[in-house]
Design a protein around this ligand. Sequence first.
Ligand SMILES: Nc1ncnc2c1ncn2[C@@H]1O[C@H](COP(=O)(O)OP(=O)(O)OP(=O)(O)O)[C@@H](O)[C@H]1O
Length: 656
Amino acid sequence: MTTTTTKTGQPLDRTILDSLLRRRLFFTPAFEIYGGVAGLYDYGPPGCALQANIIDTWRKHFVLEEDMLEVDCTMLTPSVVLETSGHVDKFADWMCKDPKTGEIFRADHLVEEVLESRLKGDKEARGQKVEVDEEKEAKKKRKTKDTKAVKLPDDVVKEYEEILAQIDNYNGEELGMLITKYEIKNPTTGGNVEPPVAFNLMFQTAIGPSSNLAGYLRPETAQGQFLTFQKLLEFNQQSMPFASACIGKSFRNEISPRAGLLRVREFLMAEIEHFVDPEGGKKHPRFHEAKDVKIGLLDRKVQLSGRTEITHMTIGEAVATKTVDSETLGYFIVRIYLFLVRVGADPKKIRFRQHMANEMAHYAADCWDAELLTSYGWIECVGCADRSAYDLTVHSKKTGAPLCVRETRSEPLHIEEWQVDLDKKKFGPKFKKDGKAVEAAVQALSQDLREKLAIDLEKTAKIEVDVPEVGNGKVEIDKTLINIEKRTRVEHTREYTPNVIEPAFGIGRILYSVMEHVYWSREGSEERGVLSFPPPIAPTKVLLVPLSGHQDFKPLVQRMSLKLRQLGISNRVDDSSASIGKRYSRNDELGTPLGITVDFQSVKDNTYTLRDRDSTKQVRSDEDTICAAIKSLVEGQKTWADVQKELPEFTQQEAD
Ligand SMILES: Nc1ncnc2c1ncn2[C@@H]1O[C@H](COP(=O)(O)OP(=O)(O)OP(=O)(O)O)[C@@H](O)[C@H]1O
């Protein structure tokens, strides 16, 4: 377990947080009474509300703010689509099997786990402080040489650190070599594992009763968006650049689901496909708004040298120095950062890590992951990739559908080029059945070849052209059939396939990481956990507590609850007999940011106290003023500090 600290500087105790989250039904293993299935979870009421609020913020922050075109594409995808996109062949992880026990490991995770535990053993042997993953060790009860305190030679420590810094960069063969070289075994039994083999992560199915149409549950929402590109371009009145967005479930048959919500087999994604003209350096019209925002970056060069330190720089600087490939990519890195902060991520625990060459899809131009620091280490929560023109090109080639942009040029383009004229009347009778193949070969000649052949034609009155489909693969064409000369062509329209910048958000990973970031416990008591969600994100916004069970409080509580509901503000009444303090601390665990106390003064003059979860400070005012303050807090227009400045403070002495 990585040691992270809460906002009060205490080390985060994941065991306590996890038990809080399950007790309060944020999420729970699915099918639990049947023994559960690894990597499948259900969300309970606070988890659902939290997810809905994160999605709502995402829509406002991206779809609304950036004027994106939202689509809702199907999850069930015919095989041919994913064959064309390359997923059927390449969407795989490397796994290895212990032939004796039948256990399956994800190869990179196995290497990582064993090398990390050897490094831990080395630290122990050197008498250095070690972060102990108690939970993991208790659960697995592993007693192999890898977890023992064994001092390693200094150069081996360096090698291990270098490997771990770029663990995502290895392919199957390289992982196999590492497993052999460093004698990596099954950590539980010490048995040998077989060399890594590729395992496709998609869930296959058949569509329709005759099972003729092979299909898959989609592993990402992106493909549906690419296939609707032309219709969206039309909807957008042919105007570029524009972005589509899609929120929906994706499915991946992960080899070893682990770490709770962080690696699951069914998860909610929110993806953006921003279509941009590849010419002109992929500029973004709003880059000036983002350029001064400082971001923590871990670039490829640093990782390749085996280091992990983060460099903080403005995105303007990162793009100018080509650390980040383009303005558009840089703009989205900033927008992603601001979104993560808005939903409650701690800015000190956010970094953007650049993919290494092997880690990126072969067509990608550049890729940065937004990673959040959690007790499981740095976790990729958002991938932001420049997918170039790959997807639109392959789908267009396969289907013949024109997935491209046609623009009228403001100024016609004059292009000097070598043009070929064929005398069709003579061409047909001369080449007969081979005519089409010869013509296609001639038309496909490059400009350089055309220039060379024009000279040959001038000199020898004939040329020789390669036509693989015909006879010996060469065809002679004489001057009476062909003419090649340089002319000027005027082009009034331009046709291009847009490039795609894709920010892809895993909502479950963000939700869990944010819960770690906002969790802390009140001083003096380990038990009193608090989830300090920002008010717009919190599952329930207001707790209503009558001072006691006195009959006079009931109508006021009911009226206040109705009024808040009418304002669209979720609230819960706690009229149990527990003390006010207990009732508030129960709701601290649910992350409820505000509390209203109804007391005898309320009965007299219709005033109420409003309490802030984090500071426990209170203000007092009349019903309408309190409701207006709550509205502005939950909509994120005001902070508690603003409210405190505007309304009179209420202290405990006054209550007594
Ligand atoms: N198994 C999973 N469980 C939960 N979220 C996931 C899972 N796989 C991917 N995601 C989320 O979807 C986002 C985009 O997916 P992407 O394909 O870039 O992930 P990835 O690089 O395959 O992730 P990883 O390397 O961790 O498997 C990720 O940033 C992550 O937040």
